[in-house]
Ligand binder design. Structure first.
Ligand SMILES: [Zn+2]
Ligand SMILES: [Zn+2]
Length: 337
């Protein structure tokens, strides 16, 4: 079968690889679409060393079940079902899995399940979820980013009436925006340099949009929050300036969620006295433990179609990555068939 294989750092090629075999607890999926994740270019450049190459790229997928292992019978899946899935398999037995921390699972990293930029993928039944009928195959790819955003909202301390700033209006930022509104935020601002993304943020319900390249985010913050700073700031742009600036935009007793993938050695100065005196909470978000069922329920509630920007065939996967890195698009899709 054809697959987009990361052969080495910054070397991504479409090549023929053996079709994966189906074990007793496995589900074989004919992949339709994969959306590129913000983390994928970091993996390709070596900035996020999840698994040594060769590695089939991609993890936000939708497709159709073509084969089931004889013991893959817990979820009532059948051949022909339209499905999506969670890219990591957890053991369910280690200390972390047994204490509500499956994303820290010792086994999950050994080795990562294969990626989905391929004609077929074989994942464990545990990872596979049936797609609701009225969700399109393209939108179904967003189940995984939605699941991570659900986790981001869970740790953000957003309460009914909270003020929220989302930095970055890409796919993640625009899903977070929709979830923050549904979590009860009363004033949500999105800062984003690309005009079309700001427009979409406003269409999706953002009360305020800010262009951080031409406007003063701090001035806007003071206007929007009556000089208090936001209750919650979610940094989802990955921009270094934004990661730094987030600290000055959050109000007393506020929470900053660092959602993006930053360069591994990127540092920002933190004054512990300020954490103490302003009673701040800093949170990171890694993976999406136990949130996938809620993400599946939210697929029917969220506006996902407007986030799907541009499509490429598998053969043009390198162009798809260039499109992703251009920053112009929200979600870039790769078609497997
Ligand atoms: Zn992802
Ligand atoms: Zn485990």
């Amino acid at each position: 079968m054809k697959a987009a294989v990361m052969q080495d750092i910054n070397v991504l090629k479409v090549e023929d690889v053996p079709e994966p075999e189906v074990g007793p607890y496995d589900v074989k999926v004919k992949v339709d679409w994969t959306t590129i994740c913000g983390s994928d270019p970091h993996i390709l450049t070596g900035g996020l060393p999840v698994s040594p190459p060769p590695l089939i790229m991609g993890h936000e997928m939708s497709g159709t079940v073509v084969e089931l292992g004889e013991k893959a019978s817990f979820k009532g899946l059948s051949r022909g079902d339209r499905v999506t899935g969670y890219p990591v398999y957890y053991c369910g037995s280690c200390y972390y899995c047994r204490t509500g921390l499956e994303h820290c699972c010792l086994w999950a990293a050994l080795p990562l399940p294969p990626g989905t930029m391929a004609e077929y993928v074989v994942w464990k039944e545990q990872q596979i979820y049936k797609v609701p009928e009225n969700i399109s195959p393209k939108a179904a790819c967003l189940s995984e980013p939605v699941s991570v955003c659900v986790r981001g909202i869970d740790v953000s301390n957003i309460k009914p009436g909270s003020t929220v700033l989302i930095m970055g209006g890409g796919g993640i930022g625009l899903i977070l925006l929709q979830l923050a509104l549904r979590a009860g935020a009363s004033r949500v601002a999105v800062s984003e340099p690309v005009a079309e993304k700001r427009k979409l943020a406003a269409d999706l319900g953002a009360h305020f949009t800010i262009d951080p390249t031409s406007e003063d985010v701090w001035d806007h913050t003071m206007d929007i929050t009556s000089n208090r700073g936001f209750d919650v700031v979610i940094e989802a742009s990955g921009a270094k300036e934004a990661a730094q600036e987030a600290m000055s935009l959050v109000g007393k007793a506020g929470t900053i969620v660092y959602f993006a993938v930053y360069e591994m050695d990127f540092e920002i100065p933190i004054r512990p006295f300020e954490l103490y005196y302003r009673d701040l909470t800093l949170k990171g978000v890694f993976m999406s433990p136990y949130t996938f069922p809620r993400a599946m329920a939210l697929l029917e509630v969220l506006e996902l179609e407007p986030l799907l920007s541009v499509t490429f065939p598998l053969d043009k996967v390198n162009e798809a990555f260039e499109a992703q890195l251009s920053g112009k698009y929200i979600k870039v899709l790769v078609e497997s068939s």
